[in-house]
Design a protein. Structure first.
Length: 266
């Protein structure tokens, strides 16, 4: 591309810094060597290189106008931008947690990390040593797969953040699907067990309380029915028997729940 045309595009984008222009020109030169298969127009490639240089130097841009200037539609432009980033080695390498926060699916971050671990463990040791699971392709695929398994809706831009072609991303998601299904199944089983456990404990405690209350009612009835002349003599043995019975019931209940029988009970 002629330098004059390149400078005109930069001027329209609000870029006047000589440092940014030099960096953009270097990106353009490298793109002509490494990015021959992207199929971008000369203008769109120049605009992308200018944006990458401006972003690197933290120079603000009107993104909507930049896309319009490139002559591409929004989706094609963003896909080309991500591809160029990857090829030139400029991708941001957001961590899995950061990616989940950015796209509002934090609950899928844990399962996604587990997917990556199981995927790596399933590979031969020779492949594991050279595998970098922090790359956007892997983190994005794992998060997408986890979200689909957990039925979490995510922004379509998440897929584009991988910087990879749709076919490549889809193939990796298919490989991750098996691990995602295993993890989701384990999560459902664990949740069901957690829900059942408190109900069982609560039911046991309620039943014990009811038995004690019923025994107290029986004791009161026996005291009331006792003849007046024998009331003083019969009340103490009844109470003593009741206290011994109550202590025995409580000790058995505490043993069943795993609590030390020497602990103070009300």
């Amino acid at each position: 591309m002629e330098k004059e045309m390149f400078n005109k595009l930069a001027c329209k984008m609000g870029i006047t810094s000589a440092k940014i222009l030099r960096q953009a020109e270097e990106y353009l030169r490298l793109s002509q060597i490494r990015c021959t298969g992207l199929g971008n127009t000369v203008t769109s490639r120049a605009v992308i290189c200018l944006e990458l240089a401006a972003t690197t130097m933290r120079h603000p841009l009107d993104k909507e106008y930049v896309i319009k200037l490139s002559g591409l539609n929004k989706n094609v432009y963003r896909s080309s931008l991500k591809s160029m980033e990857c090829i030139l080695g400029l991708e941001s390498h957001l961590g899995l947690g950061d990616l989940a926060v950015q796209y509002g699916c934090m609950q899928a971050a844990g399962p996604a990390a587990e997917i990556l671990q199981r995927y790596k463990a399933s590979l031969p040791e020779t492949q594991q040593a050279s595998l970098d699971l922090s790359k956007p392709l892997f983190t994005t695929a794992a998060l997408l797969t986890a979200c689909r398994c957990m039925k979490i809706k995510v922004d379509r831009k998440l897929a584009a953040s991988s910087g990879a072609k749709k076919g490549m991303l889809d193939r990796l998601c298919v490989q991750f699907q098996k691990f995602a299904q295993e993890i989701c199944s384990e999560m459902r089983t664990g949740t069901a067990a957690a829900k059942d456990q408190p109900k069982t404990a609560k039911k046991r405690q309620k039943t014990l309380q009811e038995v004690i209350e019923q025994r107290e009612e029986v004791l009161e009835e026996e005291l009331l029915k006792s003849p007046k002349q024998h009331k003083a003599d019969s009340e103490e043995p009844l109470k003593q028997n009741y206290e011994e019975w109550k202590k025995s019931v409580l000790e058995n209940a505490l043993k069943a729940t795993g609590v030390d029988s020497n602990s103070k009970v009300g």
